[in-house]
Design a protein around this ligand. Structure first.
Ligand code: AQP
Length: 334
């Protein structure tokens, strides 16, 4: 029987926000009692696909590690480590660069979104980003990958790489991982635009709730959040065509542990003047303990490094034999 292995990563490209919390961190913490091995990494190699100030990159890496811990991911139950500390990610990525097809990468919408109109100036790394992601996952022979909805296309590519590798070399070596993006919070949108996802790299800080925001800042961002002039509907289908209302109600539901229908049963017929303060209360109530733990951890960088070193050892012990096997399968020397 294959061991259930859960794996996911978060880019060290800036401070984390409510979307990362609901789409990723909270799910990781909630899944800790499953009978599984868990690997959570800080994707610093992914982060440098766009320019990162070297000093900031280091502190962002520690900050993401602190976010895992503050959100309740227990280093005794989960292996938490920086991606660049395990060399196998890069070794496998090169081999997978030779397995994946250009046509597959050409279809990736995240590259198009991030490279924008000036794609000639984007890094090659940004283009091959999903191949590195396939290496991250398959290096640990992960069977389950919890991520937000935005990663759906990349995860499909990982599955294609696993299948093509097994097929090309006539082996049953890599499991084809299952993706887990269901559940509340899988897609949290910007507070300024209900059609764009909440993102670290959005230039407007008011577009997101950062995990480091204080209660006052959270309340003020929710007050300023884009909404519309109508009252909230009584039923979910009334949210169709109202992306901002849908997003705010979704955030309330995900944080309070209710369904959207339950939230609308309470707030249907009420305007944003009544709903926004209630939403601010829920966000502050649920996020404050996480922010407090995070602020305390950030004052102890050595402690964060110690937790990471334990994770690095455990990750290397799993990754090294896989790289050895793969080199043998491919016919590489040594
Ligand atoms: N808005 C979101 N809603 C739900 N889940 C989200 N995730 C990210 N944004 C949302 C999930 O968080 C995990 C880590 O994502 P990431 O930081 O590695 O990369 P990203 O998806 O590119 O996140 P950002 O904030 O948009 O970063 P930048 O701006 O640097 O590109 C993933 O599971 C992701 O699905």
């Amino acid at each position: 029987m294959t061991t259930k292995r859960i794996l996911s990563g978060i880019q060290a490209s800036g401070s984390l926000h409510l979307g990362n919390y609901l789409g990723a961190l909270k799910k990781f913490a909630d899944m800790q009692n499953d009978d599984a091995e868990r690997f959570y990494f800080i994707a610093d190699l992914h982060a440098i696909t766009v320019w990162q100030d070297p000093e900031k990159l280091l502190s962002q890496t520690r900050e993401i590690a602190a976010c895992y811990l503050a959100a309740g991911v227990d280093p005794q139950k989960s292996t938490i480590f920086p991606q660049s500390a395990v060399v196998g990610h890069v070794e496998l990525a090169w081999i997978f660069n030779c397995v994946a097809r250009l046509g597959w990468l050409d279809r990736m919408t995240q590259f198009k979104d991030k490279a924008g109109k000036d794609k000639e100036r984007a890094s090659v790394g940004l283009y091959t980003y999903p191949v590195l992601q396939a290496a991250d996952i398959l290096l640990y022979k992960a069977t389950h990958v919890p991520v937000g909805e935005d990663q759906r296309q990349h995860l499909e590519l990982t599955r294609d790489v696993a299948k093509k590798f097994n097929h090309d070399f006539g082996v049953e070596y890599f499991p084809v991982p299952e993706t887990l993006y269901q559940g509340p919070g899988a897609r949290i949108m910007s507070l300024r635009d209900g059609m764009a996802k909440m993102s670290k790299s959005d230039p407007s800080d008011n577009s997101r709730i950062n995990l480091t925001d204080t209660a006052d800042v959270i309340a003020s961002k929710i007050k300023k959040a884009k909404s519309d002039a109508d009252v909230l509907p009584e039923a979910e289908d009334g949210l169709v065509g109202r992306p901002e209302a849908k997003n705010l109600v979704g955030i309330y539901a995900a944080l309070s542990g209710q369904s959207v229908a339950q939230v609308l049963a309470e707030f249907g017929g009420k305007g944003f003047g009544a709903f926004k303060p209630a939403l601010a209360d829920v966000v502050v109530d649920k996020m404050s303990p996480v922010s407090e733990r995070l602020r305390a951890l950030l004052k102890e960088p050595d402690e964060i490094d110690r937790a990471l070193m334990i994770g690095v050892e455990k990750a290397r012990a799993v990754a090294e034999p896989v790289v050895k096997d793969v080199k043998k399968i491919v016919g590489l020397w040594g």
